[in-house]
Write a protein that binds this ligand. Structure first.
Ligand code: GLC
Length: 536
């Protein structure tokens, strides 16, 4: 890390607590499990943890259906456990950020229960989006919007009104025009900041503001494509076209919310930060979330969506850096998360995933690592009976959902459930995962874990890595990326399935994503699908 402000170039590790480590044998991960995992994370060399939701929740959407944002769900532990975890992370030099979910609450939240029990037009209902339906007897939803998880975005209540939910019917959308909502979220921010968290990952940061609720989408068929969380093989421009028609995302009003949040965080010492989950296109729209006085980072989903293609990646890197320099924000590099296929599966194998990781670790700005990515875990093709994601359920199985990347991770090869915990894991682990267990990979100098440890260590010790310094491109053969980071580092990425030879005088190997390349008499022969860091 070379930045003065910790988050600008931090390596942040995402813990999805349900699948990280189960300390009490109930088959689900918990906060004490995260505490047990801290030595591993400190040794891995990350700077911070982003902890996905552990708040009170009926768990219809993996905890992103929050019924009390200021309390811990008993499945994960207690508030004391949360305080202990924050303290324990800090004492190991790790920062800790938590999720905040402003687009919706759970239908089990006391506000929603109150709203359901209150009449039309009541103050309790105005915290959400309740409307009468269309049709003769109000039997049709107020508009034609569909949910991100498929099916209508409206559910009818017993008294005939409808409420809006962009996600599952158990996740009613909040009405940010109601001052109760902003006041309550400010309370939640302060609650966790007072407890010592270092920042927030903002869920569906492009949701929240809805200023045209009764307007139909012009083409609901296209709405489905715009909302898909999996990877359509389309360009950023096509994505932007799909999103431009969506009436409920990326509205101007969301920025007002985040300017207020920024002011709250700025009252606290210690560079508390925010990172936005904003699925918005083109990437210049994402940069608007990190303008001065708003949020700090935005996940770079445009880059994440790309295939293993040198020209496309280079263009995206250049565009990202230029757009973010304009707003003085650092870039982020993300390869996967709890909503997407794992990078090994998405990109076409472990070898490419390692090369891609080393590329992103060498770019200016911060990186995010999703738990198990460092082990090279693939997505898991689960039997349908095991799947629990509402996207699978609501789509009638046509969308396989996101369970494939949420399978509990392997710790110790020889233990039951690979040391994740003694209880039956909430999603089944494949029989083939002993090879990926941390204890196995820690002993293997050629493992993915060893590579991540080495590259993260170099990010701390090498003066050219991390930071936000300049990246200078060097002309390279087709399919190869070549650039310098000063002082003294050169990065070469071969995305082809064949070796490539090129002149690189006066350099030596610093780190390689795979073995097999040669450096002799000023000529580098870089193996297929490999990234190499060279020292000048
Ligand atoms: C975000 C979360 C995802 C969740 C959705 C609704 O996209 O990352 O897991 O289902 O928001 O809260």
């Amino acid at each position: 890390m070379n930045s003065q402000v910790w988050w600008r170039d931090a390596a942040i590790y995402q813990v999805y607590p349900r699948s990280f480590r189960d300390s009490n044998g109930d088959g689900e991960g918990d906060l004490q499990g995260v505490i047990e995992g801290l030595p591993y994370l400190a040794d891995l060399g990350v700077d911070a943890i982003w902890l996905s939701p552990f708040y009170k929740s009926p768990n219809k959407d993996g905890g992103y259906d929050v019924s009390d944002p200021r309390d811990v769900d008993p499945r994960f532990g207690t508030l004391d456990d949360a305080a202990e975890l924050i303290g324990a992370a800090h004492s190991r030099g790790l920062k800790l950020i938590v999720d905040i979910v402003p687009n919706h609450f759970s239908s089990e939240h006391e506000w929603f229960k109150e709203a359901i029990g209150s009449p039309r037009g009541s103050a309790a209902r105005s915290r959400f989006h309740f409307y009468d339906g269309r049709g003769e007897n109000g039997e049709l939803p107020p508009n034609n919007w569909i949910s991100v998880f498929r099916g209508p975005a409206w559910t009818r209540t017993p008294d005939g009104q409808w409420y809006l939910h962009l996600f599952d019917s158990s996740q009613p959308d909040l009405n940010w025009k109601n001052p109760d909502v902003s006041a309550d979220f400010e309370k939640t921010l302060r609650f966790w900041l007072d407890l010592g968290v270092d920042g927030f990952r903002i869920d569906v940061a492009h949701g929240g503001a809805k200023d045209n609720i009764l307007i139909d989408h012009p083409n609901p068929e296209r709405l489905i494509d715009a909302l898909r969380l999996d990877f359509l093989d389309i360009s950023e421009t096509e994505r932007a076209g799909l999103l431009a028609d969506v009436p409920f995302f990326d509205r101007e009003g969301v920025h007002e919310i985040y300017r207020k949040w920024r002011a709250v965080l700025d009252e606290y010492s210690g560079d508390r930060m925010t990172v936005a989950e904003a699925f918005v296109y083109p990437s210049s729209r994402a940069a608007r979330y990190v303008r001065p006085g708003e949020l700090n980072q935005v996940f770079n989903f445009n880059f994440m969506m790309l295939g293993w293609d040198a020209a496309a990646m280079r263009a995206s890197i250049e565009k990202t850096l230029a757009e973010l320099i304009d707003v003085q924000a650092p870039a982020t590099w993300v390869l996967n998360n709890h909503d997407t296929p794992r990078v090994v599966t998405r990109i076409g194998g472990a070898r490419k995933a390692r090369a891609l990781a080393m590329l992103t670790h060498s770019l200016p700005g911060g990186i995010y690592i999703y738990q198990g990515e460092e082990l090279g875990l693939p997505s898991v093709d689960l039997p349908d009976e095991a799947r629990q994601d509402p996207a699978f359920i609501r789509s009638g199985g046509s969308d396989k959902g996101r369970d494939e990347c949420r399978v509990p991770i392997p710790w110790i090869a020889s233990e039951p459930n690979y040391g994740y915990g003694t209880g039956n894991p909430w999603l089944p682990q494949p029989d083939t995962w002993a090879q990926f267990a941390m204890d196995v990979e820690a002993q293997d100098p050629t493992s993915s874990l060893t590579l991540y440890k080495e590259s993260l260590k170099l990010r701390h010790t090498h003066p050219a890595l991390g930071g936000e310094g300049v990246l200078t491109w060097i002309d390279a053969p087709h399919g190869v990326m070549h650039f310098t980071r000063e002082p003294g580092l050169e990065v070469v990425v071969n995305t082809l399935d064949t070796d490539v030879s090129m002149e690189v005088k006066g350099k030596s190997f610093l780190l390689q994503s795979a073995s097999g390349s040669l450096l002799q008499d000023g000529v580098l022969t870089i193996s297929a699908n490999t990234t190499i860091w060279l020292q000048r």
